[in-house]
Design a protein around this ligand. Sequence first.
Ligand code: ADE
Length: 419
Amino acid sequence: MAEFEIRDRGLVDEGVNRVEWAGREMPVLLSIRERFAQSHPFAGLRLGGCLHVTSETANLALALQAGGAEVFLCASNPLSTNDAVAAALAVKYGIHVHAVRGEDRDAYYRHLEAVLSARPSVLLDDGADLISQAHRRDEAFCREVFGGTEETTTGVIRFRNLAREGRLRFPIVAVNEADTKHLFDNRYGTGQSTIDGLLRATNLLLAGRKVVVAGYGWCSRGIAQRARGLGAIVAVTEIEPVRALEALMDGFLVMPSLEAARFGDVFITATGNRSIFRAEHFRVMKSGAILANSGHFDVEIDIPALAGLSRARRLIRDQVEEFELSDGRRLYLLAQGRLLNLAAAEGHPSAVMDMSFANQALSAEHLVKNRGRIKPGLYPVPEEIDREVARLKLAASGVEIDRLTPDQEKYLSSWQEGT
Ligand code: ADE
């Protein structure tokens, strides 16, 4: 019997339907689950996850469980938990879930601690909170951890900093850096699910609307592309010259954020940094402007500054808060500045999470197989795993590709032939 803290166990049937529906779109993870069920790579082990508790994550948890693991799960964001899925995981599938949508900061950290208290051998993280908490415990705790995995750009940045300071206590696989993760999940997943969140929260017509996308990393690229696809006039802000040039040559307007603040009707951040839109921007934005964030943390829009400039605020509809500034203009903040795609929609579609979570599952297996042999540090997903995920996804999509002929292989490995 699983130990759990969830909103409502009565939601179990709805949750099971959701998990099964997502599973239909996750053939790669399913094939890994079937293999795990034969080989039991995690037999007798406890695995801990701090991930968005969605129907896709549920399918990952089931794959790990099929591999013999006892799985402990908490949420990686207070607003991303699907309570029905949490109920299904806890009541039907025997996963130890500690997650309630809308949980406060104390509950969030209590749930992280509940997962760590199980002394998991592998920690699967999304945003670095679980592994950071593990590093705040004593060294003996970390010595028992074989390793960790990190799902997202923000988490990878944090672990890079921890590694640079020489303070990482176990190996961490940067799942986000796998090609079969960020090229698909960050770009197509965030692109589609952010627009989904924007539309569900506001029911806005995007055609002809001026949308400002902050950043031009893989996530922002996806958002910019999809907003353009719906007819928006898209401007990009960047601090990195090569990315800014790419955005320009991809056909977007590129401008400094203060100019963009005057230009935009809708502002979407996905930079991984803080205070992208702040008092100086709010002071010049048009009345009616909409502010949303799709980065991991709720720091990209300076909400305290927005509140400081406001004489009143009220919830005007689900996920839309109106800030009335002292000069009478009104700005609208979506989903409390938390990641829009999970807070106002359902996160990335299952078909892309299939690849991200296949990388998670195979990276966890890699850490267990190589326990004690990998020094503390931040590592890429092994290339064989990345290629294998792509091969499996192509096969599941019914797509075949060519192989090099022996003559071509020889040509590519030689230098003699020229003009
Ligand atoms: N991150 C983004 N979308 C997600 C989803 N659907 N499930 C889990 N993590 C996610």
